[in-house]
Design a protein around this ligand. Structure first.
Ligand code: CA
Length: 226
């Protein structure tokens, strides 16, 4: 899952980025309102963490303009202590949730996860297909009851695919949701990681249905059949 953090206090922005990366998210940071808004419009994020008081363009304005531009990415507003007035304004401007500074990182993470679970299918914290299961809270992945060790990127890729199971995902879609803006992506990066996943999820379970499929010319899919 890929998150945009718009926050002018570098310390806070960078610690959120580090924390989220620890949790296998891809994270981009903008330190002012204008570049934050531009990124939010141009890229396909799964959630946006948005500070209210920002140079150049404030958080409320960004939120309003995003909604006016039909960008419906979930927005979590960060507000300074005591700005009760802003919370209401934020929700009215189209934000989905807010968090009062200073906050515990664990709470930010929990709220972000809740926001990203919201899409129509209302997926819980355990994503499954056939006998494969991935727990987004404990990071446990098992197939046929056997634990599978994944790297952070492998986990992020599998989580994204499971959130869109039985659908063909293009390489671009995968890159946009699993890697951040500054990541070094080579033409075969996605292929390589799909290979890593196959080696862990399908290859050791030869008597079971293969779950990861290549759809020639289109992309990849996780599903019980081709
Ligand atoms: Ca600020």
């Amino acid at each position: 899952m890929r998150v945009l953090v718009v926050e002018d206090e570098h310390k806070i922005a960078n610690s959120i980025k580090r924390g989220l990366e620890q949790e296998a998210f891809a994270v981009d940071v903008a330190y002012d309102g204008k570049s934050g808004f531009a990124l939010a419009l141009a890229e396909d994020y799964d959630a946006i963490v948005l500070d209210l008081m920002l140079p150049e363009m404030d958080g409320l304005e960004i939120c309003k303009q995003l909604r006016a531009s039909k960008v419906h990415t979930p927005v979590l507003i960060l507000t300074a202590k005591g700005q009760l007035y802003d919370k209401v304004n934020g929700l009215n401007a189209g934000a989905d949730d807010y968090l009062v500074k200073p906050f515990a990182f664990a709470e930010l993470l929990a709220r972000l996860r809740a926001l990203m679970r919201r899409p129509k299918e209302s997926l819980g914290s355990i994503l499954t297909i056939e006998d494969l299961s991935l727990n987004t809270l404990t990071y446990e992945v098992t197939r046929a009851g056997k634990p599978i060790e994944l790297s952070k990127k492998e986990f992020a890729l599998l989580e994204y695919m499971l959130r869109h199971k039985n659908r063909i995902l293009t390489k671009d879609q995968i890159i946009n949701h699993v890697w951040d803006y500054d990541a070094d992506i080579l033409p075969n990066t996605v292929e390589v990681y799909i290979g890593y996943l196959r080696n862990k999820i399908d290859k050791p379970f030869k008597d079971r249905t293969p779950l990861i499929h290549t759809v020639r010319g289109f992309g990849y899919k996780i599903g019980s059949d081709k």
